[in-house]
Design a protein. Structure first.
Length: 147
């Protein structure tokens, strides 16, 4: 899968709260739970939290299906926006593609593109939990306030 580099690509976070995720499919559920907890603790609106958790789930799923471990989740909340990213060690970049109406998969990045308003991408990223290791970070950003 490959993301197009969106105009907001320079928004990919350099710092934030980081969690090392399991090296298997359980990483997806863990990523959802961690993101939800962190965003609710930050006092964000429930609708914003649920959109972010859905997008984290899609990015973590792609990392597990198409990337390589280790996996990390990064969540950054500041006064203007929420930025979440999932880092993996795989070389293959995500590709945004149209999904056949009958297909059982292939809509995850379309969901991220829509819910983030185009503020998403994939960039090279060092691992916080594995010093010296470089992977890729699939990320999105959401404004804290509507509009």
């Amino acid at each position: 899968m490959r993301f197009r580099q969106s105009e907001g690509a320079d928004r990919a976070p350099r710092q934030g709260t980081v969690w090392r995720l399991r090296d298997d499919a359980r990483a997806v559920g863990d990523a959802r739970d961690l993101a939800r907890r962190a965003l609710l603790l930050a006092g964000l609106r429930r609708d914003l939290v649920e959109d972010a958790v859905l997008m984290v789930s899609e990015l973590a799923t792609n990392a597990v299906l198409y990337g390589d471990p280790p996996y990390e989740l990064v969540v950054r909340v500041d006064s203007a926006e929420v930025v979440c990213m999932v880092v993996d060690a795989g070389a293959a970049l995500p590709i945004l593609r149209g999904a056949d109406a009958q297909a059982e998969n292939g809509r995850g990045l379309l969901i991220v593109a829509e819910l983030s308003g185009g503020l998403y991408g994939c960039v090279p990223q060092t691992f916080a939990t594995c010093p010296g290791m470089v992977g890729k970070a699939s990320w999105f950003a959401l404004p804290r306030s509507p509009g």
